[in-house]
Design a protein around this ligand. Structure first.
Ligand code: M6R
Length: 368
């Protein structure tokens, strides 16, 4: 059932182009307009929303962090993201016009379920993003948008994460459509680009040989840092989480702008630092991160740079350059996350670990 792969994780990484395509299927009309009928929350209700709060755990939380950028930009709504395990222990301000979005692959994560119950008690509307039909979370939400990743067996979430990204992009663009905010050229163009993403993910997968080789060469390291800005920041956190859970290595994802506020003190000779570079089209963001790369390299870091193809400006400062197809900034996590999954999987395998069953972890965390 592993389809010829040694691990489910490898199979699930390879399935990502299909998973992304399936999650888009039937949701984009020929006129480029979106239909999310099965969501069960009316357009009228969506027009009345004045704030969004996203709750999730682990990898799903990283999808939530990316959602915030997309929702604020396309839908023009304020959006907060909160770890589900923290949400009900503070006093979140929720009203009938707050939309809470709970993201959970399994639909059985207790922290997420408790957050959903808390939100409903406060009369907020709750939308679930879930991969498992018939699981608990969708039953407890007002509406649900299913991801179509198919069963995810490996403990480390890969294809479910990419489909969660697709789901949050669809929601953000749908909100723009029904609310009339920014609905026009940009949103229309985004929908078209979104339908081209399965091919881009496929292209990334075809070029993973050097990433595997790099990962094997780092199997004896003790620590890897990950840096990103904007949506590259949650991607950096996701890369670090994968490495922690699979390779049992100390790994941390930082917002590159925070470097000088502390983490730069960690940089020493030979320390591997993975940097996720935004597209050149976002010149200000892009140039800032290029100077971050120069700063850490000057202090001895071994720089592993993920950048869009043809980005020659990063070449002089990259010890290893991993190129991904050029896509708009907000969609970039769909292509920049993949090398980080492959990196962690290969590094952990080189260390002799079972990547499908990492120690101390369970696929669904059904206790608080
Ligand atoms: O099923 P969920 O999406 O609610 O799971 C949330 C986390 O437990 C999960 O993403 C976890 O962090 C993964 N093992 C990460 O790879």
């Amino acid at each position: 059932e592993k389809g010829g792969y040694d691990y489910f994780m490898l199979k699930e990484i390879a399935e990502q182009p299909r998973a992304v395509a399936d999650t888009l299927l039937g949701r984009i009309g020929t006129d480029g307009r979106l239909t999310l009928d099965e969501m069960r929350i009316s357009d009228q209700a969506l027009r009345e929303i004045d704030k969004i709060i996203i709750v999730a755990c682990g990898t799903s939380y990283h999808a939530g962090m990316i959602a915030k950028y997309a929702i604020e930009h396309w839908a023009g709504l304020p959006c907060e993201v909160e770890l589900a395990s923290e949400f009900r222990y503070r006093d979140p301000i929720l009203t009938r016009s707050t939309l809470v979005i709970a993201i959970s692959q399994s639909g059985e994560t207790m922290d997420a379920l408790m957050a959903v119950r808390h939100a409903r008690e406060q009369h907020a509307r709750v939308l679930g993003i879930c991969n498992v039909n018939g699981s608990t979370l969708p039953r407890e939400c007002d509406g649900v948008l299913y991801t179509h990743a198919g069963p995810e067996i490996a403990v480390a979430s890969t294809k479910a994460f990419l489909t969660q990204l697709v789901a949050v992009y669809l929601i953000a663009l749908y909100l723009a459509q029904v609310r009339g905010t920014k609905w026009g050229d940009e949103v229309f163009a985004m929908v078209q680009l979104l339908s081209g993403m399965p091919d881009k993910v496929e292209k990334v997968l075809e070029t993973m040989g050097p990433v595997r080789e790099l990962a094997r060469s780092l199997a004896d390291e003790h620590c890897v840092l990950f840096l990103g800005r904007h949506v590259g920041y949650p991607v950096a956190m996701e890369g670090a989480l994968k490495l922690k859970e699979l390779a049992y290595m100390h790994a941390e994802g930082f917002a590159a702008g925070e470097l000088k506020h502390g983490p730069i003190a960690l940089i020493e000779d030979g320390l591997p630092v993975v940097v996720v570079v935004p597209p050149r089209a976002r010149a200000v963001l892009h140039d800032k991160i290029v100077s971050n790369i120069q700063e850490i390299r000057a202090r001895g870091a071994r720089t592993i740079v993920i950048a869009e193809e043809g980005d020659t400006s990063v070449q002089p400062y990259a010890d290893t350059l991993i190129e991904v197809p050029a896509v708009p900034t907000l969609l970039q996590p769909l292509v920049t996350t993949v090398p980080l999954q492959v990196f962690a999987c290969e590094l952990a395998t080189a260390k002799g670990h079972d990547v499908d069953q990492p120690r101390n972890l369970a696929k669904s965390v059904t206790v608080e």
